[in-house]
Design a binder for this molecule. Structure first.
Ligand code: ATP
Length: 202
């Protein structure tokens, strides 16, 4: 799955609409300290469904919204849009009618996040699954934060295994298994309740 464009609006220091073309091959982001290099990586993680404020270097999810500066007021929303080359039709069938797919996440103060894939309203889970099945996503080992290499070296075997599973694209399957188990437990509880009712009626 190849990313071709990243658009930001009101996300962290990117207060003005910013449109970045991601060319084929290796992309490097260079600039002076504090210019927003890490914010760009965080925008990628965020649009892929990251929901941990700590991974966004913030205290709450709304901290990704431009907080204001001496000469500019704070914004009310932040939006990131990631354009994907879908010519290999790797996306789920319902979104597979176009060569280009836009994944959009928007957060509005006091109203939380809303997601769209190809213009259709979807849940956070749909976005997370889209990327997990394509072996990428908010926790992808392809996105390397500062300090992450030493974390990896010191990580417990279980955490290292999770990283390998992300890379292999099977983390989406684990999520689906977990959801299936929850449904199964619910069904079993309902069945035992039905048994109780039948016993009382007999
Ligand atoms: P370094 O090279 O030092 O790691 P960097 O280029 O990675 O820096 P970032 O850490 O991405 O820079 O950007 C930091 C800048 O983003 C800071 O100036 C900070 O004030 C600004 N910033 C972060 N969150 C917000 C926000 N919600 N609103 C406005 N500005 C923000």
């Amino acid at each position: 799955m190849r990313f071709t464009r990243l658009k930001l609006n009101g996300f962290k220091s990117f207060v003005d609409p910013t449109d970045l073309v991601i060319a084929e091959g290796l992309t490097g982001v260079v600039g002076p300290n504090g210019c927003g290099k890490s914010n760009l990586l965080e925008a990628l993680r965020w649009v892929m469904g990251e929901n941990r404020p700590s991974a966004m270097r913030g205290g709450g999810m709304e901290d990704v919204i431009f907080a204001g500066a001496a000469t500019r007021p704070a914004r009310n929303f932040a939006e990131v849009s990631l354009q994907i080359d879908n010519s290999e039709r790797l996306a789920p069938a319902e979104f597979n009618d176009s060569d280009i797919l836009d994944v959009v996440r928007r957060i509005t103060r006091d109203a939380g996040s809303a997601y769209k894939i190809g213009g259709k309203d979807v849940r956070a889970r749909d976005v997370q699954m889209l990327f997990a099945d394509a072996s990428t996503g908010a926790h992808s080992p392809a996105l390397v934060r500062q300090g992450q290499i030493s974390e990896l070296i010191n990580a417990k075997p279980r955490n290292r295994r999770r990283i390998l599973e992300e890379a292999a694209g099977i983390s989406g399957l684990y999520q689906r298994r977990h959801e299936a188990e929850l449904k199964l437990n619910g069904a079993e509880q309902n069945l035992s309740r039905v048994d109780d009712v039948i016993e009382q009626l007999a």
